[in-house]
Design a protein around this ligand. Structure first.
Ligand SMILES: N#Cc1c(N)n[nH]c1N1CCCC1
Length: 328
C-alpha cells in the first residue's frame, strides 16, 4: 500500500498545511504535518467558542465511528511556547487514499493564542516517533506508526516547496521527485525526533568547513536554526547584516541576494539558495529582511526546519532508521 497528499505553504512558507479526513461521515480538516512532534490533535467542539477564530473543528458526536478513549488526556507545549490540551477519541483517519480505522484523535479543549490566531490551521499531525506522544496514561501511536506495517516501505517523504504546493508521500520513493543521488545518514530517534548529525557547512562558494551540527529534521519549524558560531560565520559574509535583538535575530538588506548556505549530509551536501535565506521583509519599504538561518541558542540541538527542507526531497525512513536528502 502507498499514498500521497498535497501540502500547501502559508504566506512566507511559515508552515505547510495538509488536508485530512476524520470520522464517519468524513470531516475534512487542514492540519500542520510536524515531524518534530508526535500528537495528532485538532480543534474540536469541546473548545470554548472564544478560542476558535475561523478554524474547522472536529465534532466527535457527529461521527458514528468515534469512541472516547476513557480516562485519557493530553497536553503539549512546543518550543515556541505555544500549547494545547484536551481529551482523546478513537476514530477513522484518512490521508490521501490511506485510512487508519482506529487512530487516536486528540480533541482540543484548550489551545494557546498562537493557534487561535492562525485561522487556516485546524491542528497538528505528528510524524515524530511515538515515544514522545503526550497522551496519558497510555501514549498513542502516530498515524504513520499505525499505517507503516501495511506500506510497501516503512517510510514517508517530504517534498516541501517555496511558495508552491508540495507533497507528503507514504510508502514509496518517487524517482521523478528528485535529481541526482539521495544522501543517506543514520537517524538517532532516542529523543523521539528524526535526529542526525551534519558534518559541516560552507558559505557561498567558500571551502567546506568541518563542524559537526547535531539536530533534527523538523517540518513543523519554519527556519533553519544552527549553532551560533556557524550562523555568525554565514552572516559575516553579508554586507550590512546584523543581529537585531528587537527582531530577535539576524536582519540584512534584502538585496543583493545573500550567498548560498551549504550543509553536509554524510558524504553529500544540501544547498540552501541565497534567495531562500531571505525569509521575509521586516519593514514596509522591504529594505531589510529577516534571515531564514538563525541561532539554535537554548534549544540544545539544531533544527533543520522548512528553510532547509524545502530545498530538498527528504526521505524519513523508519524501516532503515535513516534520513535521505536529495536535490530536486
Ligand atoms: N516551536 C516549535 C515547533 C517545533 N520545533 N516543531 N513543531 C513546532 N510547532 C508546531 C506547532 C507550533 C510549533
Amino acid at each position: 500500500d502507498f499514498g500521497s497528499v498535497s501540502t500547501d505553504p502559508e504566506k512566507h512558507d511559515v508552515e505547510y498545511l495538509t488536508p485530512i479526513s476524520i470520522g464517519t461521515p468524513p470531516q475534512d480538516l487542514i492540519v500542520d504535518f510536524d515531524t518534530g512532534s508526535s500528537d495528532l490533535w485538532v480543534f474540536s467542539t469541546e473548545m470554548a467558542a472564544s478560542d476558535i477564530k475561523g478554524q474547522t473543528v472536529y465534532d466527535p458526536s457527529n461521527s458514528s465511528t468515534s469512541q472516547i478513549l476513557q480516562g485519557s488526556t493530553w497536553e503539549i507545549t512546543y518550543g515556541d511556547g505555544s500549547s494545547s490540551s484536551g481529551d482523546v477519541y478513537i476514530d477513522t483517519v484518512t490521508i490521501g487514499n490511506l485510512t487508519v480505522p482506529n487512530q487516536a484523535v486528540e480533541a482540543a479543549k484548550k489551545v494557546s493564542s498562537e493557534f487561535t490566531e492562525d485561522p487556516n490551521n485546524d491542528g497538528l499531525l505528528g510524524l515524530g516517533f511515538t515515544s514522545i506522544n503526550t497522551v496519558q496514561p497510555t501514549p498513542q501511536n502516530t498515524f504513520f506508526d499505525n499505517i507503516k506495517e501495511s506500506l510497501d516501505a516503512r517510510l514517508f517523504t517530504a517534498d516541501l516547496k517555496h511558495g508552491a504546493p508540495g507533497s507528503y508521500n507514504f510508502g514509496y520513493i518517487d524517482p521523478a521527485a528528485y535529481i541526482g543521488n539521495i544522501s543517506w545518514t543514520p537517524v538517532d530517534n532516542s529523543q523521539g525526533f528524526w535526529g542526525f548529525t551534519s558534518p559541516g557547512y560552507a558559505v557561498g562558494t567558500g571551502a567546506f568547513r568541518n563542524h559537526s551540527m547535531t539536530g533534527i529534521a523538523d517540518t513543523g519549524t519554519t527556519l533553519l536554526l544552527l549553532p551560533k558560531s556557524v550562523v555568525s560565520a554565514y552572516y559575516k559574509e553579508i554586507q550590512g547584516a546584523e543581529y537585531d535583538s528587537d527582531q530577535g535575530g539576524y536582519v540584512f538588506p534584502c538585496s543583493p541576494t545573500p550567498p548560498d548556505f551549504v550543509f553536509g549530509v554524510n558524504n553529500g551536501i544540501v544547498t540552501v539558495p541565497g534567495d531562500m535565506v531571505s525569509y521575509a521583509p521586516v519593514d514596509t519599504a522591504n529594505q531589510n529582511c529577516f534571515g531564514g538561518i538563525q541561532r539554535d541558542t537554548g534549544i540544545g540541538f539544531s533544527i533543520f526546519g522548512d528553510v532547509a527542507l524545502k530545498t530538498s526531497f527528504v526521505v524519513f525512513d523508519a524501516g532503515g532508521l535513516q534520513l535521505g536528502w536529495a536535490a530536486k
